[in-house]
Design a protein around this ligand. Structure first.
Ligand code: SF4
Length: 178
């Protein structure tokens, strides 16, 4: 196990005193730098910075950062959710490390696609079937890894096959670690 203990801290970001969102961090006793290429290979939308020894990731609107001795999350709705999320991230690191023989590590930095690049590959009918008011709003969520292409039924029409393939490639539709 890579992380066998850590200190958890939950707080309101200093720039937002009294805000109703929470940030949290786990301070680690041993570095997790070696697991970052494995997370980079499996977390959709992750941005890995090898020089800084850091990896950032967005999940459900939360901003998550993995550093050598710290895992942090922000923009979480309540304290308990922040603690639960951190515990889940610690588990994710440990599971990834245990499964590293099955994962090809990825040392490259993948930039997130821009919303406009994503939008250009959507059907652009603004049909709202995805639950968003416009295709551009859906593009914003896809680019931020807050939505999945499966939410847009029109993308699965035969005429959209090429665009769907390009979108999947652009969004690095790698399987997440379960
Ligand atoms: S379901 Fe697809 S086509 Fe319809 S609004 Fe959403 S992104 Fe656009």
């Amino acid at each position: 196990m890579l992380i066998d203990s850590c200190d958890l801290e939950v707080f309101t970001p200093p720039c937002e005193p009294g805000a109703e969102r929470f940030a949290a961090r786990a301070r680690l006793k041993a570095p997790i730098t070696d697991v970052l290429p494995y997370l980079n290979a499996t977390l959709r939308g992750a941005v890995y910075n090898p020089a800084a020894g850091a990896l950032t990731w967005k999940k459900a609107g939360h901003n998550i950062a993995f550093h050598a001795y710290e895992i942090a999350t922000s923009n979480v709705e309540d304290r308990e959710a922040a603690v639960q999320e951190l515990r889940g991230l610690v588990d994710l690191v440990n599971r990834s490390w245990e499964r590293r023989a099955e994962i090809t590590p990825d040392l490259e930095t993948h930039q997130r696609p821009t919303p406009m690049a994503v939008y250009k590959l959507l059907p652009r009918t603004n049909c709202k079937a995805c639950g968003e008011p416009t295709c551009f709003t859906f593009a914003l969520r896809l680019a931020a890894a807050q939505a999945e292409v499966e939410a847009c039924p029109e993308l699965f029409e035969p005429a959209q096959a090429q665009n769907l393939a390009e979108l999947r490639s652009m969004l690095i539709d790698a399987p997440s670690i379960g």
